[in-house]
Write a protein that binds this ligand. Sequence first.
Ligand code: SAH
Length: 396
Amino acid sequence: MTNIVELKVKPDFIKHYKNKYPLITKDAIANPGALSEEGMIVHLVDQHSRFLAKGYYGKQNKGLGWVLSFNENEKVDTVFFKNKILAAINKRQSYYHDENTNAFRIFNGEGDGIGGFTIDYFDGYYLISWYSKGIYSFKDKVIRELDELGDYKAIYEKKRFDTKGQYVDDNDFVKGEQGEFPIIIKENGMNYAVHLNDGAMVGIFLDQRDVRKAIRDKYAKGKNVLNTFSYTGAFSVAAALGDATKTTSVDLAGRSKSKTIEQFAVNGIDYEQQDIIVMDVFDYFKYAKRKELKFDLVVLDPPSFARSKKHTFSTAKDYPGLIQDTLAITEKNGIIVASTNNASFGMKKFKGFIDRGFNGMKYKILEEFSLPSDFQVNRNFNQGNYLKVVIVQKLG
Ligand code: SAH
């Protein structure tokens, strides 16, 4: 144990680690120069070299690495990884036993005790997302545990750790029997096409599962639905299966059209009865206003930041404006599903943005969602609880 690197925590930050904060932040460390190789184990210590926590060095935009244990005697070895992964899987037993759903997250980074990677399960396929070179150095331990669990079809991975924290385009196949994509997964009885070997995104964001179900079961029936920032149209599919009269999906990306057609098709929905529009949402708002189109239910799920040719959108700044644009094309007593995955603010602030968007107009909050339970959150790390969805009805 003599050559463990000690990172000195600045006095102001000591209480964070005494309170079990899991992220090693740059501003907390007095001697970041001591870090050399990503994946190395470090000890966080106070100014008298007293132990606070141990963790690993792995550079992410969020920080320098993650705490793995607050116990000086705990070893970070194969057994450590095994125990964390088994505990995580135990917590998801209700998902494993759900006959209508076979895609869910089985390991959620710091929420399950090891920050920097996640594992999703898609009907027998595992997808590991690695968020730093440091955590990637523990790959063998993670794979070994998945092997021991046995009985899987294949393991795929996404490396999300180039210099900008972006996806590294690579061969995503790790081991097993290569899949034929898309595979069709089930979520609350709905089908979704998933591609594990086609770029950073796989076709569905599992964290919106409960919202899709709510749209199908409670909000879509008989409604004319607009789905903005629609990606593969997952919300549109849920609305159509919930007997919406029609859905309109709008996304800027050219690929969104064929991807959305695919999602409708795997559910036996005639996509020609639906509108799928490749357009900047902000242009679509203008178009819809000009054509006097109105919708009963509008889904707003923008990325945290988006840059198109004409617009830069940042949720933290522009959400009130987005609500305002939406209200102009929402029917009387219409419903807006307002969503954001921006971790930099919480629910209270988000509701403030919505309130500002309504600008004195009356409304009622019908329902709120945050992450589903397979996206375990570390209670000492609020930023991990990023998803906020508010379903709000315009009154009048
Ligand atoms: N709501 C989707 C996920 C949205 S991901 C779902 O639940 O599956 C964000 C999407 O926003 C991406 O597909 C991206 O192409 C799209 N996007 C970003 N800026 C946009 C803009 N200005 N207009 C339309 N789409 C945009």
